[in-house]
Design a protein. Sequence first.
Length: 152
Amino acid sequence: MQSRKFRINILDIAIIAAVICAAAIIIFRSEISELIGTPRISATQMQLTAEEVPVETAKTLKSGDPVRLVIEGEPEEIPAVIAEVRYSSPAGGKTVKLELTVESSGYSRFGAFYTERGTKLVYGEKQTVRWENGELEFSLAKCGFKDESVRQ
């Protein structure tokens, strides 16, 4: 009996590469779609915190109030609505730590959140929130989609 040599040619390599690429496309289809597709604009929530806010100012903010966000890199103010207001007062202090959860429009790509116009939201970055009676500077603490819990 003659022994046959194992030979591989270019067509075999092309078929193997095509099978590997097809499997990778199936496994990573959501990442590929996120990379080349247009983002889906959704309702997002941002948790903003501010230290040492006067008590009177904190008491003027209520859930459902319209506000405008001023974010660096955005050409215009972003309309938003306050979803939740939380504040904690140090014993006997005239200032509070204020936490706002605001709802706006935006999208997520590769774990980062963006405004509807495409400006990336960076945790810890200062943002100004304006409302009918005033404005305050807040730090972005968390972002998430409205239908999910706010996440970091």
